[in-house]
Design a protein around this ligand. Structure first.
Ligand SMILES: Cc1ncc(COP(=O)(O)O)c(C=O)c1O
Length: 428
């Protein structure tokens, strides 16, 4: 059954969800003639993720980070499930308000805001916003003195994360006092502290340290006369299902809960978070088509060789280079920031098959358009399809128009019993 979800989006409501490879195969059979990459978004996965969030982090209200994936079905579903939103710009705020979300369910969580964007937030009642320096306070005082602010700190910790944010955002703990004194002088209302440990948490200690340091800044605030009542623990929660990570969401949630109980035991402090990738990473799969195959000899292959997988390898092998119809200037930018983050799957099932060193390139005219380097794959051919799971985060929102390549063809599905946890039968 196809449900009209608005904005020309139809959701295939499935009684019993089919495995993703059969879903892709079905779409390929129907749509491969237009030679676009095919994206399948499983809205049921997002519904399950929200359920898990509520179970594992009952004290923490999610403000979904719109920057992570802002396509209409995602933000509409999250809004309908009652989530709040972290917006980084005027256009993101507008998108969320257009869904009918109350402005009190938005945090403008960009510490560097254009004056006209602050004015837009003021005109539309988005009061909650973040800052991390004196200049931002001066601007907010000018455009929106009634705003309610959270001070973003840059937690000092050595814990590993995939993408560090602390150099660009957040104030050092040693400047928190000075900033809070300046806010007091300007008579600006600072109601909380926020942090972001960095995207892609690899060690729960990052949250433990940051929560402990936030407590210290809460106490500094008290000494200046701010009785703060919001702690915003940011994003960073992993959301991939197929990529092996050192730590699970559940383990992180457990550590967060223990730290909150220790440093913020009172319910007088409202705890919020800004998860992005947690909600959307695993919900999306993109299938790409091999446009061109090139076999190069060892002499021609100028790329360094990576570790070889434990698998039968062809004698005298050459590198197989596959050029596919989606790359880093399309939905695969995360491959540039975190090489190896996308793991390819294919439709050959023969496990005895010989594997070859292979490299997958995107379709555009630059050599940085590299999707996966030096991986073992069976011998594939032009016209075959390679698909990537876990691609919902920072993919659609970062796609460019470089070389005017076509955008992915988008499809959406949802398991009926999950759909009905959010929407009445026949309603959306
Ligand atoms: C201010 C802010 N909040 C939330 C997020 C979402 O982070 P993640 O996707 O790691 O959960 C980001 C990501 O860059 C961010 O900059």
């Amino acid at each position: 059954m196809n449900m009209d979800f608005g904005n020309n989006i139809f959701v295939d409501i499935q009684e019993k969800p089919q495995p993703i490879n059969s879903q892709i195969q079905e779409k390929i059979n129907l749509y491969s003639h237009n030679e676009k990459a095919i994206s399948i978004g499983d809205l049921g996965d997002i519904i399950s993720k929200h359920k898990k969030w509520k179970e594992c982090l009952p004290r923490v209200e999610p403000f979904y980070a719109v920057k992570c994936n802002d396509i209409y079905p995602v933000i509409r579903l999250l809004a309908d499930m009652g989530l709040s939103f972290d917006c980084a710009s005027k256009a993101e705020i507008q998108k969320i308000l257009d869904l009918g979300v109350d402005p009190s369910r938005i945090i403008y969580a960009n510490t560097s805001k254009q004056l006209s964007f602050i004015k837009y937030a003021a005109d539309n009642g988005v009061t909650l916003m973040s800052f991390d320096c004196e200049d931002e306070l001066t601007k907010i005082k000018k455009e929106y003195p009634q705003a309610k602010l959270v001070l973003r700190i840059s937690p000092q910790s050595n814990n590993k994360v995939i993408c560090q944010l602390g150099r660009k955002f957040g104030c050092h703990l040693s400047t928190a006092l000075k900033l809070l004194q300046f806010a007091k002088k300007l008579e600006i209302n600072v109601i909380g502290i926020s942090f972001h440990i960095g995207s892609g948490c690899l060690e729960a200690g990052a949250f433990e340290t940051a929560i402990e340091q936030s407590r210290r800044v809460f106490d500094i605030g008290l000494s200046v006369g701010f009785n703060m009542h919001i702690l915003d623990i940011g994003g960073g929660f992993p959301g991939e299902k197929n990529v092996q990570t050192n730590i699970t969401f559940e383990q992180i949630a457990k550590a967060v809960n223990l730290s909150l109980d220790k440093y913020f035991p009172s319910n007088d402090v409202r705890i919020i978070a800004e998860p992005g990738r947690y909600y959307v990473a695993s919900a999306f799969t993109i299938s790409t088509n091999i446009i061109t195959k090139k076999i190069v000899t060892d002499e021609e292959n100028v790329l360094p060789k990576g570790d070889l997988l434990d698998h039968p390898t062809a004698q005298n092998e050459h590198l197989r280079m596959y050029y596919v119809n989606e790359g880093i200037f399309g939905s695969f930018l995360p491959c540039l920031i975190d090489p190896g983050c996308y793991v390819p799957s294919h439709f050959t099932n023969n496990h005895e098959e010989v594997l070859y060193n292979s490299t997958i390139w995107g379709p555009t005219s630059t050599a940085v358009d590299l999707v996966v380097d030096n991986i073992k794959l069976p011998d594939l051919s032009t016209g075959d399809w390679i698909y990537f799971k876990d691609v919902g985060a920072y993919s659609y929102t970062t796609a460019t128009n470089f070389n005017s390549m076509p955008r992915v063809e988008e499809f959406f599905t949802c398991e009926k019993k999950l759909w009905e946890q959010v929407y009445q039968h026949d309603q959306c």
